[in-house]
Design a protein around this ligand. Structure first.
Ligand code: AMP
Ligand code: MG
Length: 395
């Protein structure tokens, strides 16, 4: 199966999770599931954009001139007096304009007086006034469903009096690492054993994608053990991800158990690394089974699982940005497979990319060094140094 067909198959099991209400700051990074309107004009009132004096611009035709200061208006105050010819009110940035005044003259253009003020420059009517509603109007829709909440949109939501809002929630993901040979990081590693690196890798990837994650395992290659962990995970997950146990060998427990349960289909995907894949649904919960080799696991996460997670989150942008880069070295690529070679990308416009040294699907050295995946098309078998390749930018 082609990468594109398999991706479409994975995504066919995903739809945005039903919206929930969350407090303002918990919406950060999530997608709005409602439109948001302004409850009032913004600014709500005409106010000064400078520290200075609210004046009648017609009073400043011949400068310097002296005006009597009738009131002090700090931000947050409500002006009481009306500015009339020959007078001014001392006003601070953000304070409401007093009646009668039609302009602000900034303090730098005066002597800063508090009883009377000497004004040294003329100003046009409207000078340094921020008008009511010039930013946004009452009733105006300012954010639409589908918007990703950033720190910038948080400011707008707060200004709309929103203490909580409807969003697509963070998916709850269970990561299950499987393999008799695995020991959890930090525990003694005996003969023939290896550290479970896929568990922490996938946990980090899931968190990085904005979901919340539980890690189970490592689980031994015994059908009953795996079934028990799976059963538990089904009860409180929006997505289950497994690693290992889906190749062609004996003891490929994930394949054995899920194959028998039905609902999950296993495919050979025309890609390198990461050929053995599986996805489907069990009890209505989507499951994606990833191959065990750490680089295969990672590449599969990037190519299939991250877009799946972002679909569950209702994100409009499910894919990472692609770039083009000039490769600094030549390398081969398997025929009839899309290769995701690990590289170090340099620059943002005229990018160059250097393939990492360790390209084996078990090699964590090259994986940890890489900041991009070079996407080499199925029909290409040789990539020459100096040629332009497409890269998935992981930075
Ligand atoms: P499998 O897909 O179970 O046949 O595993 C393929 C390879 O990946 C084997 O060399 C496994 O030891 C290795 N592997 C499987 N799971 C993990 C894991 N969680 N962490 C590190 N390596 C793993
Ligand atoms: Mg295994």
């Amino acid at each position: 199966m082609s990468v594109d067909d398999y991706l479409a198959r994975v995504l066919s099991f995903m739809q945005p999770l039903p919206p929930v209400m969350v407090p303002l700051l918990e919406a950060l990074g999530l997608v709005l599931a409602e439109d948001v309107q302004m409850p009032r004009d913004m600014p709500a009132f005409d106010n000064s954009s400078m520290d200075g004096y609210a004046v009648i611009s017609g009073d400043l035709e011949a400068v310097p001139t002296h005006l009597r200061v009738i009131e002090d208006i700090p931000a947050g105050a409500v002006p009481r007096a009306t500015v009339t010819r020959g007078t001014a009110a001392r006003i601070m940035t953000g304070a409401p304009m007093p009646a009668g005044a039609d302009a602000v003259v900034r303090v730098e253009w005066t002597d800063g007086g508090t009883e009377t003020v000497e004004v040294q420059r003329t100003v046009a009517p409207g000078n340094d006034i921020r008008r009511a509603g010039e930013d946004l109007r009452e009733g105006q829709t300012v954010l639409i469903r589908g918007t990703v909440v950033t720190p910038r949109t948080i400011a707008l939501l707060a200004s709309c009096d929103r203490e909580q809002m409807l969003v697509h929630p963070r998916p709850r993901v269970t990561v299950i690492s499987t393999g008799d040979e695995l020991v959890p990081a930090g525990q003694p590693v005996g003969a023939g054993q290896i550290v479970d690196s896929n568990g922490p890798l996938l946990v980090a990837c899931v968190q990085d994608a904005g979901a919340v994650v539980t890690h189970q395992g490592p689980v031994a290659d015994h059908a009953d053990d795996f079934r028990a962990v799976l059963q538990q995970a089904l009860a409180h997950s929006d997505l289950i991800i497994t690693s290992g146990g889906v190749s062609m060998g004996a003891y490929d427990t994930v394949k054995e158990v899920l194959g028998a349960a039905g609902g999950v289909e296993f495919s050979k995907v025309a890609m390198n690394p990461g050929m053995p894949q599986g996805c489907g649904q069990l009890d209505g919960i989507p499951i994606i089974t990833l191959p065990g080799n750490p680089v295969s696991t990672y590449v599969s996460f990037e190519v299939f699982v991250r877009p799946a997670l972002r679909t569950l989150m209702g994100r409009p942008d499910v894919h990472r940005p692609l770039r083009t880069a000039t490769t600094l070295a030549s390398f081969g690529s398997p025929a009839a497979k899309r290769q995701f070679a690990r590289g170090v990308l340099d620059g943002f416009d005229d990018c160059s990319v250097a393939p990492v040294r360790g390209q084996g699907s078990h090699m964590l050295s090259g994986l940890s060094e890489a900041n991009c995946l070079m996407v080499i098309p199925e029909e290409v078998t040789e990539v020459a140094a100096g040629s332009v390749v497409t890269v998935i930018d992981l930075r």
